[in-house]
Design a protein around this ligand. Sequence first.
Ligand code: PEP
Length: 248
Amino acid sequence: MARMVIAGNWKMNGLTETLAEAEGVMAGLEAAHDNADCVICPPATLVLAMANRARGSRLKVGGQTCHPAESGAHTGDISAEMLADAGASHVILGHSERRADHGESDESVAARVEAALRAGLVPIICVGETLYERDGGHTLDIIAGQLAGSLPDSLNGQDFILAYEPVWAIGTGRTPTLEQIGEVHLAIRERLSQRFGETGQSAPILYGGSMKPGNAGEILGVSEVNGGLIGGASLKAADFLAIYEAAG
Ligand code: PEP
């Protein structure tokens, strides 16, 4: 059985003062259940400061992407080793905004996953279909293709997290039906188990896309949903903690 994970993706939001929200989450976790891991992935500028403040708390800190290489002439990029050095334990890879805005292909995501493993980070690997693909009835094929291309064989025996994020549900307030979520999560679990055996059975599969305190309970109750990747609702400690509580 996979352990529950509630992960926040702050995207390009947050200044030093916003760390107060992360501190609110740390304080809330003290009194909360212990049935889930809790991660926040702030922008790169805040990883070090958040990790320093989170030391000794139950909050883990992650990056939002990393370059495949360890170092070198890649202006503006950040390596997995740099994230680990700053105190990160996780890194989101293959988010649909990175795939769309920065042309990250499945192959490039797989190379970044290798980099994360090399640096000892837990990759949170995102897959998801567009509305066009869903309306065309291609969701499961698209997901299967992304899993085949974005997950390197070296994940076998390693800790990793999968996030199913329908592109059309991200930041839109729209969510798939519980049946649609369950169908995709079951298909992902089958693929992971076939390919990675026990590792694939225990990897948490998160749902992401307009998860909020009001819908978290029912989504987290769907079979093979082992947590959430939360964007907008992770920016306020009270909302994020309410979602965390729903995972208890
Ligand atoms: C995300 O970007 O990973 C996400 C799920 O965003 P939101 O919760 O805002 O839809």
